[in-house]
Design a protein around this ligand. Structure first.
Ligand code: 13P
Ligand code: SF4
Length: 350
């Protein structure tokens, strides 16, 4: 197995990765978007990696899809497309590149591969998983079907390709309520996020929503008490929570939505103070462009998202690893479930 030191030594031989005024100048436009959160001396260390990645993207005809939870030097530094899970899934079908580097977690890379079978999809670290995706297997889906015969299975996009293949349709945090409402029958099974399911159940009172017992290791840590304390300490604070949080947290929030919907509302409303109840890279990604907004609250990082670094993105493009593949007998039914989700959410948007 490639060690970290070997990777570093090989990269140092192939690229000029020492800080230089040229690299800093070449990336100055991107630094403007992170100046409030990254000191110039730290950016100077990132800049040579960004320059090398830019060059390799051109050489390989590659694009980088960056999830909203990427740290600012990746989100603003090298991502060609940024967004929430749904936006990245849709954009993945529109990019003309031969190679997609997923700056996100493994299920996102699998989704990109499912929708782009002819493209090479790379993930910079195979260990970038997700507590939700790991909480369920296809056998779990079958268990739920046996318990609720005839009910449709709506699986969150935060699942493996095999679980998607075993499901009737996928959903994301941006469209979960629409998808559940569009399902035939009285009972709908949602996997694997119990909190997303409970939050959707409130929005779709006409359906009986039943759920798998999974949770996001980041969002399950937030409590209603924390939000109430924040309101006491930070008068006027606007509280925006991701729907993977427990329902009692959402009950205390002013708004809930996907990661992109959360960013959008901050950009459009420009509150004086805001608390984003989610992974904390999101606040860092907006802070420099919105100097008038004070981002408050505790910081919880997703350890899986944090596994993606400039160094392993450069390595992924240099060596064309780690390629994400999905067996055709899994990819086909998984694609149907993802495509049904995209079609239903496009219909609902009309
Ligand atoms: P979004 O679909 O809202 O981007 O969320 C993905 C995710 O992993 C949240 O934890
Ligand atoms: Fe998974 Fe939670 Fe990390 Fe999102 S934040 S990737 S749901 S563990």
């Amino acid at each position: 197995m490639m060690t970290f030191d070997r990777m570093r030594a090989d990269l140092a031989k192939a690229y000029d990765l020492q800080p230089s005024p040229q690299a800093t100048k070449a990336t100055a436009d991107r630094y403007a978007h992170v100046a409030r959160v990254i000191p110039p001396e730290v950016w100077a260390q990132h800049a040579p990696y960004i320059v090398a990645i830019d060059q390799l993207k051109r050489d390989r005809n590659a694009v980088i899809l960056g999830h909203n939870y990427m740290p600012p030097h990746i989100f603003h530094g090298v991502s060609d497309v940024v967004g929430d899970s749904l936006q990245l899934a849709i954009k993945a079908t529109e990019v003309r590149a031969d190679v997609i580097v997923q700056a996100g977690v493994h299920f996102m890379a699998e989704t990109s591969k499912i929708l782009n079978p002819a493209k090479t999809v790379l993930i910079p670290d195979l260990g970038a998983g997700c507590s939700l995706a790991e909480s369920i297997t296809p056998a779990g889906v079958e268990q739920m079907r046996a318990r609720y015969p005839g009910a449709q299975v709506v699986s969150y996009v935060n699942t493996s390709a095999a679980v998607k293949a075993a499901s009737d349709v996928c959903c994301t945090s941006a469209n979960a309520a629409q998808i559940v409402a569009a399902m035939p029958g009285d009972t709908v099974i949602m996997t694997p996020d119990k909190y997303l399911a409970q939050n959707v159940a409130r929005q779709v009172p006409g359906k009986r929503v039943v759920w798998w017992d999974g949770a996001c290791m980041v969002h399950e840590q937030f409590t209603a008490e924390q939000v109430r304390e924040a309101r006491d300490c930070l008068p006027g604070v606007m509280v925006i929570a991701h729907p993977e949080c427990p329902p009692e947290v959402l009950a205390e929030a002013d708004f809930s939505g996907s990661t992109s919907a959360m960013m959008e509302i901050v950009r459009s409303r420009r509150p004086e103070r805001v608390m984003l109840v989610t992974e904390c890279s999101m606040a860092a990604n907006m802070a420099s462009d919105l100097p008038e907004v004070e981002f408050a609250g505790s910081c919880i990082l997703c350890p899986h998202m944090q596994k993606i670094t400039l160094e392993n993105i450069l390595w992924a493009l240099h060596t064309m690893t780690h390629e994400v593949t999905v067996a055709p007998d899994v990819a086909e039914p998984a694609r149907r479930a993802v495509q049904r989700m995209i079609d239903l959410s496009r219909q609902a948007a009309r």
